[in-house]
Design a protein around this ligand. Sequence first.
Ligand code: ADP
Ligand code: ASP
Ligand code: MG
Length: 417
Amino acid sequence: MKIFKFGGASVKNAEGVRNLYKVLRKTDHKNTIIVVSAMGKTTNSLEKLVDLYFKKNEKLYEHLAEIENFHQIIVKNLFGSKLSSVHTLIKNIIKELKEVLKTNRSLDYSFVYDQVVPFGEILSTTIIHKFLISNQIESVWLDARTCIKTDSYYRNSNLNWNLTIEKINSQIKSGNTYITQGFIGSDLNNFTTTLGREGSDYSASIFAYAINACDVTIWKDVPGVLNADPRYFSETTLLHHVSYREAIELAFYGASVIHPKTLQPLQRKEIPLYVKSFLNPMKNGTSIAKGKSLVPSIPCFILKPNQTLLRLFSLDFSFIIEENISDIFKLLHLYQMRVELIQNSAISFSVCISDKYDRLNELVAKFQSKYNVEITNNLNLYTIRHFDQNAIDKIKNNGKKILLEQRTQNTVQFIAD
Ligand code: ADP
Ligand code: ASP
Ligand code: MG
């Protein structure tokens, strides 16, 4: 069997769903598990819903009505005369979501988030499944929560591999076409969990690993993996082939085209990953597999925005040594900071971090009791893999002030304003 994954951008409207259908018609869609994300920016909208809920904001139900409306417009466009049954299905899913909000007693933000935000994937897969059926693509709607089993670390759950493999294999029969949700799973108490934002790529690779799939194709709004994100860089080149190892490095440094956790399960079973354009499904795109590191072998640029640079100085001019460094890392871990880059000197320690969970102020307060702390926000972290002088000049000559630079054999990084 093979795995297809369609992200939010590919199904952001009715036209996107029709295009997904066309892609399935052009490719062989039998014997496939199709993993789908929430439509367009629905996950962001549902995150906002959780926020309104916790703030007891009166706009809560108005916002929920907007989410329903967005999906009902797509349903109306897709189903025309056969509208009523799918319309009712969506209504009922929204009712269920309202019920979750009404009956909830938990004050745990992450738990509630995971009971609410996955509705985006339930809505999208319901619509897509019904659309395929009504266009003679026989398919089975599969609830990913009965397949992907995790711990209860809500919003960023860890996989229970053995149970997941067992659950998936007991439900999947080869020859069928399945439509299932990315991003979501459930814990041992059957509460819904999520694998972290953008986690649907990872879901696709979990299914692939569990069933020993022959390959995985991720359908994107770009021709494949490029040597730079086209949103930030004007000149980009398609990478035809990337090794697992290089792809893991690119994802780690922030190439957001693939979720970083996606590659390891595939690499372990040597399952190839294809990244292709959902607008040009017959074009080759990029293959991530065994073999050469990078074809063509060119510098790759990665930009991570919204970085914070913290510089810690000892209060009394004493050295920053192992003991302080270990203490600094404990706090970074405790406050859930993602550490992107570190550099130290005798009396200072610099660390570039992403404040994913909005806890920077708490962390800084802790540090200030022991160090002089200098904070610079809103920075960009540029990484160039396989750099040459020309590539370095491109970043350095773009008028930005470089605050920190670090080089290893294959990689150079700059923190700039
Ligand atoms: P999905 O709909 O699957 O969630 P994403 O929006 O997460 O899709 O990923 C596709 C986007 O990734 C592209 O539109 C592009 O802006 C961005 N991107 C970042 N780095 C790269 C890269 N190296 N190559 C191609 N696209 C990239
Ligand atoms: N819908 C989720 C998100 O937007 C998961 C995904 O798209 O990969 O983060
Ligand atoms: Mg995505």
